[in-house]
Design a protein around this ligand. Sequence first.
Ligand code: ATP
Ligand code: MG
Length: 805
Amino acid sequence: SGGPASPLLNNLNAEQLAAVTLPAGNALILAGAGSGKTRVLTTRIAWLLQTGQVSAGGILAVTFTNKAAKEMMTRLTAMLPVNVRGMWIGTFHGLCNRLLRAHWKLANLPSTFQILDTQDQLSAIKRLMKQFNVDDERFPAKQTQWFIAGAKEDGLRPGDIEARSDDDRKKVELYQLYEEQCQREGVVDFGELMLRSYELLRDNDPVREHYQRRFRHIMVDEFQDTNRLQYAWLKMLSGHTAAGGHFTPGEHNSVIAVGDDDQSIYAFRGARVGNMTDFVREFNVRHQIILEQNYRSYSNILDSANQLISNNKKRLGKNLRTDQGPGEPVRVYESPTDLAEAQWMVEEMRQLTRDGFDRKEMAVLYRSNAQSRVIETALFNASVPYRVYGGLRFFERAEIKHALAYLRLLENKDDDTSFLRVVNFPPRGIGARTLESLQDAARAAGRSLHDAVSAVGGKAGANLTAFVAKIDVLREQTQGVSLREIIELVLDHSGLVEHYKADREGADRIENLDELVNAAESFVTQEGFGRDAVALPVDELRQSPASQGLDPSRPVLDEPLAPDAETGETLSPLAAFLTHAALESGDNQAQAGQDAVQLMTVHAAKGLEFDCVFITGMEEGLFPHENSLSDFESLEEERRLMYVAITRARKRLYLSHSQTRMLHGQTRYNVKSRFFDELPESALKWLTPKNQGFAPSAFGYGGGYGSTRGGSGAYGGGGGYGGGNRYSAGGSSAGKDTFASPPVPPQKAAPSHGLRSGMQVFHNKFGEGTVTALEGTGDDARAQVKFARHGVKWLALSVAKLTPV
Ligand code: ATP
Ligand code: MG
């Protein structure tokens, strides 16, 4: 089965079919928005599997977000019965994490290494700069962060950078110091995940060759937004590269890259459209396929997108057509204020609901995160459920970060970033001066803060010692308890819950902390310790070159979170959960079932589609962004961003702009975006008179909104733009709507392994021990066992042979 007649291939046009069934070899699919690129990739994976050309373990697919990876796996399982968890589908960061977990030793990392998000990275840099007395006016921490991230994206270590000025030299020095700090603390930032795994492949021939042999089919979505290092990583993984030798493409494996140059929107973060042309040349691409049929949008929407993007000079050139009719016109609305704009939107949404659209099929897109506040307020006041993507991620909320910091300290006492985050939170009388002397002492002794507390004397020293003792006691107490209980213990004993209880505004935070417990619970029961926790079929394991001088402590190479093939030893649920927290956007913590309006930046909307789309704040200085106005290249990038925004819509598209807007605490008077002039007039319908002159003097700003045009006078009720209180009401409920997860059914299925806590067991390598905890069910079941001779270990029961004694 699975020939051309396969039902898998039924719903494809001729070009798509050709792309899905391409023979082995490298290929580029260049195609506009909504032409089925992602669908082609997913179908190709299914087709390859179904026709037996490759096994699940031989596929690696890179998506741009975790959400997209999940989406791909969902679609795949709908197409054919396959265990997608065995496949390497994920973001670059996710896949790199997987590699580094498998080869931590070769990558020179501790087995429990933790991931710094951007926020943590910034505070680590600030701490470093303070420690070395770097003038933060001359070298703002944010700039240093950009410098380091940029260098890593280009694959450069401090030693590779040629400094041309004193300032440059200083930055390189900071980069070097920062690296040493991270290494000492056992943490890696996002850029490091990428660079370190690139170096791992580059410097270890057997590892590289192993993966080159393994991943016969590599697929990359949104290729236009890959950066230099990601490109090099793909090359390393797919090609035939002898150590320091030549790249020979296409010997063993096929790379299929899928992209749209018109949707390249991450140049500011190092993305290189040039990767597409390089790819064609360097990978010897024989097949290039162009898809021009759009299946997403009505033609009024598509024509708008096409005409807009035709204003860009730098394009590879392709067009889009649709067989769908014109559909509704694109509606344009001008409002006097941002509040009125939001209010109008709420009204339109009501109408859309009456027309039969689900709320989750309505998306509000904005150029800048700061715009969401007013929109959230309006939605909240109108009791419209909504959900914000990509704003503050669940795992980035302060209270969650605090709780995670305690948890990380349990896993890794040397994590100084976490130490500093909570050493005096909740407050325990440890001041900045004390911490400075602690840091000095630690540096002098070359030890972590945790290990240096005894060097500080007096009352302050006593407080520090008490803190460390608390952590150490917690670590003891949490041996042998479930992940859920660990978190509950930490919330209790850290004093966090207590602290927030005393805080007038703390109720939401406590709710979020409860949510963390739920997140952990569903991580264990539903995710099965993350999608990565999968063992390969035995015959593939046998092919693993365990004998080739690879990490001897982990004979199983391929599945980082998977158990050691011999002993069954595995990452603790806590360590696995912390990794998940750092890599996962937290979006899926939201109530999956709830029908809510979707709010997000245009960047975050890439690859997604909705029936109805509102693009708001279409004003000069906002969209296009003010930083882009003087520069041709960035203006083109803004236009591509607008192209992405427009092409998210299937059926209805609304564009709005406002004469005034409160942003970053200032009222701005804006003129409408130049992009309006680049849209086909015939596709538009102006809800407010077009070319409404902008006349700030005629507009009594500050006199309330009651007399303004647009029928939005009802808003405000004299309250004006009070901001703070009203927002915090909206915000708190948003927090809940946004991140509450569905109630997790208590999973009390009878365990098939027959083990119980407290049981004495025998393991053929570790000897006798006591079962101290059990997690998960079925193939994911794991036991924590305290061995008399080997200490506490987590074991995967599908692998480890434990016999009751
Ligand atoms: P983007 O550039 O925005 O990422 P894309 O090229 O990846 O878009 P898809 O998301 O794969 O496009 O497809 C767009 C929509 O069109 C999806 O809803 C998809 O299911 C649908 N579609 C794609 N091809 C076909 C087809 N041959 N017949 C019917 N529907 C299709
Ligand atoms: Mg896509």
